[in-house]
Design a protein around this ligand. Sequence first.
Ligand code: GN1
Ligand code: MG
Length: 363
Amino acid sequence: MTEQLKRVCRAFRIEGEWASYEEISVGNINHTYKVNFIQKDGRPKSYIVQKVNTYVYKNPIQVMENIDRVTEHIRAKKPGQTALHFHHTIDRKTYFQDTDGFWRLFNYIPSDSCVDMDLRTIHNAGEAFGEFQMQLSDFDPGQLYETIVNFHNTPWRYERLEEAVKADPLGRAAGVGEELAYLRSVREKACILTDLYRRGKLPLRVTHNDTKINNVLFDQETKRALVVIDLDTVMPGVVGHDFGDAVRFAANFVAEDCAEPERAGVDLEIFRAFADGFLENTAAALTETEIGTLARSCLALTAELSVRFLDDYIRGDPYFKIRSPEHNLVRARCQIALAKDMERKMDAMDAIIRGCAEKYLGS
Ligand code: GN1
Ligand code: MG
């Protein structure tokens, strides 16, 4: 690996003396490394190198173009703000391709990544994702490539799952009957965002689409959000894609791949903290219908991801990185347990959303 990373750093014209590297294992798609150099003046300097997963991102150049456009737009709005800066190769590209893959390199930002998930940090993450949406509210979604087609097309995700069950290449479908039955039973609730969008009830926006809270970097001292990262899936979408996915990840009592699904569930205090931060920055701009979908978007995104994990498990795990043979099944079960708890708590979640919206709309 060292030789490979050194080659990538040379391609991006990184100066100084190579010191070491470490792999950053968060993230289920790309491979991420922190590379450490000693500069000429003797001071250390680190960068992040990523190998983009080209099975997932079939056209990584389009991914980079989307990121360039979006970050430029945000930078113009808030010039001094901490940002990701992608380094260029000698031929002025923000990526480097070799026989090993598609690489990019950007600045390392010293930060806290939500290790300490107290309510204030969660609130700040809500503000950050809300602000991100608002900064892009005047960005024409038509300017962005759809880098993963049908990414949040929930009915399509269900169709893919049914195809996988039919093909059943590894004979895994027989062991997931209960999971399938539950997911089929909530299909309509899971598809609510796609359905309302198709009926013209929800506006198209530019969304982040991967609002896991570890995609926000926090200031180590103040705990304020510094920057929203991982812009690979920035694409046209609806507001619930970002809100729902963030809650799915942040408000669960346990990690998204906890092997004890009975412990999964929505922590309503975390939910409230995130919703309050998010709505503080978005309530005034969202339509009544959009606000009305926020609580339900959490269930929709959780069910959708359960479908994706189960689909990947049945197909033999071609998509998500796994750390054990049953990892995708464990993930699917945990997400299903979370979805069930969301169904139970839907009225309470909705009431919290209404309360926060009223607070910021002043009515
Ligand atoms: C993937 O790469 P990462 O870990 O940020 C996935 C998301 C899922 C998430 C679940 C492009 O995100 O959609 O919600 O795993 N990203 C892609 O952990 O499929
Ligand atoms: Mg991602």
